[in-house]
Ligand binder design. Structure first.
Ligand code: PGA
Length: 256
């Protein structure tokens, strides 16, 4: 059965004390989730192992890196490889976030290499896609997002694809307070699932978890998660506040 996931992308936020406090606050009130529901924390590299240690014993919580390199090792100053993540007990990695595409010039080819490298280590990949405002205004968002997915993921085998979860994050909605409407999110998610079905078949498409990201918060999560193809969220700003994040988890739990 398809999993529902709430992932908190903390980006370059929180100092060492804040991280510990936030995790403790969330854990103190988090309900126990069943096998179909997961929560993922994506802190800076610096805090990955500490957060994993704080969450030990809670099988429904996982920890994700926000990026990884496409090589396993070598002379790449400042980088972190999938081998390093795996050996430190990290299970997930976010790839293709629009901020990395924009500020670090990560293109489709590099993202396909990163995806290969992460999957080769047995990491689960949260692959982000999403269109800028001018593409949305032109009405060509389905083609744009479809191309991002085809370019970086469609070389994968069926079994590899089963370790991918796709996060649709319209760039115009990230950190702007302007959320996609529930109908816009559902429409794109249905399009993505159809695209996956066309290439990999309906069963694999039906199993894939599709997350929405972009100004998702406690007050709009329930409505967004009503979409039949919206299986949770990749949360930025609201993941930094325990009560907001818990409200979003509650919305996932309540959704059908
Ligand atoms: P936001 O960020 O929730 O702050 O809009 C989402 C993301 O970038 O993953």
């Amino acid at each position: 059965m398809r999993k529902k996931i709430i992932a908190g992308n903390w980006k370059m936020n929180l100092n060492a004390q804040d991280v510990k406090l936030l995790v403790e606050q969330i854990l103190s009130k988090m309900p126990v989730l069943d096998a179909q529901h997961q929560v993922i924390f994506a802190p800076s590299y610096l805090y990955l192992t500490e957060v994993a240690a704080l969450c030990q014993g809670k099988d429904f919580i996982h920890v994700a890196a926000q990026n990884c390199h496409h090589e396993n090792g070598g002379a790449y100053t400042g980088e972190v490889s999938p081998v390093m993540l795996k050996s430190a007990g990290i299970t997930h990695v976010i790839l293709g976030h629009s901020e990395r595409r924009a500020y670090n010039h990560e293109d489709a080819k590099l993202l396909s290499q990163k995806t290969n490298a992460a999957l080769a280590q047995g990491l689960q990949v949260i692959f982000c896609c999403g269109e800028p405002l001018e593409i949305r205004d032109a009405g060509t968002q389905n083609n744009y997002v479809g191309q991002q997915i085809m370019d970086s993921l469609f070389h994968l085998s069926e079994s590899e694809l089963q370790n991918i979860c796709i996060a649709y994050e319209p760039i115009w909605a990230i950190g702007t307070g302007r959320t996609a409407s529930a109908a816009q999110a559902q429409e794109m998610h249905a399009h993505i699932r159809q695209l996956i079905a066309g290439k990999y078949g309906a069963t694999i498409a039906d199993q894939m978890t599709l997350l929405y990201g972009g100004s998702c918060k406690g007050s709009n999560a329930a409505e967004l998660f009503e979409g039949a193809d919206v299986d949770g969220g990749l949360i930025g700003g609201a993941a930094l506040v325990a009560d907001d994040f818990l409200q979003i988890i509650a919305a996932m739990n309540a959704s059908k």
